[in-house]
Design a protein around this ligand. Structure first.
Ligand SMILES: C[S@@+](CC[C@H](N)C(=O)[O-])C[C@H]1O[C@@H](n2cnc3c(N)ncnc32)[C@H](O)[C@@H]1O
Length: 274
């Protein structure tokens, strides 16, 4: 099923999400947990917002300027009735380009409807859409490898896809983010949610990578200058040089052992500034 077919099916089901039968508590505790990681609460966007408006209410109460996005015109029509002052985008998340950075992005039970082939690109895009220190909450299928299937949902065929936990945890750091929480919140159903946070709050251009089990690497891009530091590098200088895609520079400073990304960034940046 392509995203337009999904939209047509959700058009037929939209009233359920804004009706009395719908459990408006669904996902609220998880969102409250995600909000605890935030220090800035400026802009937020609900991706695949549907028609209930419950996460939008939560974001407005937390003080955000809020936007919503959905591919289903009928979902959005009902959403606008509830929140006439909120800006809504009728768009497919596969093609959407973020116009700005957001402190908080929610994609609850929505992006899993996108074609599997788009999932990695969508997750990278969501990570990229976060401001420094920003938080993304999203749901996925708690499976071990990429997979997809189409099953009936309230009388409509519905497509779901998921990258699987190992792949999700591989993509998140590539998107410059750290996984703060992963939970099977409806076990034994394979419904998981993740809270991820954009790394290096306040330190632009600073990224970290964790490689080779215990070998920490700090990679700093600061203007045009690139320095690599390996606090626990193993092997000879020659073999390390051969393994590195960038030339290793001798560092006059002693190696530092650090625990958090903030420490990595500040230690690394202070070295660059010397
Ligand atoms: C199960 S509903 C969840 C709605 C809302 N997040 C909630 O929890 O109440 C899935 C929503 O994702 C939207 N959706 C599905 N595929 C989408 C896509 N490719 N781009 C944007 N929205 C999409 C659907 O239209 C629908 O409103």
């Amino acid at each position: 099923m392509n995203p337009q077919e999904i939209a047509e099916n959700y058009n037929k089901l939209a009233s359920y999400w804004s009706g009395d039968q719908f459990n408006r508590e669904n996902g609220i505790a998880q969102h409250q947990k995600a909000l605890q990681f935030l220090s800035n609460k400026r802009n937020a966007i609900d991706i695949g917002c549907g028609s209930s408006g419950r996460f939008i209410d939560l974001m407005l109460e937390a003080g955000f300027e809020v936007e919503g996005l959905d591919i289903s015109p009928e979902m959005l029509r009902l959403a606008k009735e509830k929140h006439p002052k909120v800006e809504f985008h009728l768009a497919d998340i596969c093609a959407w380009e973020f116009p700005r950075k957001y402190d908080f992005i929610s994609a609850w039970d929505s992006i899993w409807h996108a074609p599997l082939v788009c999932h990695e690109q969508i997750l990278m895009k969501l990570c990229d859409g976060l401001a420094d220190g920003g938080v993304l909450i999203f749901t996925s299928g708690g499976i071990d490898r990429p997979g997809d299937s189409t099953n009936p949902c309230m009388g409509q065929p519905m497509y779901h896809a998921a990258l699987g936990i190992p792949k999700l945890l591989e993509v998140i750091p590539r998107g410059g983010c750290i996984c703060r929480h992963l939970e099977y919140d409806q076990y034994p159903e394979l419904h998981i949610y993740l809270i991820v946070q954009k790394a290096a709050p306040g330190e632009e251009g600073c990224r970290r990578e964790l490689r080779e089990e215990t070998c920490l690497e700090i990679e700093i891009e600061f203007g045009a200058r690139v320095i690599r530091d390996r606090p626990k590098a193993r092997g000879s200088a020659k073999s390390r040089e051969a393994a590195s895609p960038l030339p290793l520079k001798a560092s006059p400073a002693p190696h530092v052992v650090v625990e958090t990304v903030e420490e990595w960034c500040s230690a690394a940046l202070s070295r660059v500034r010397r």
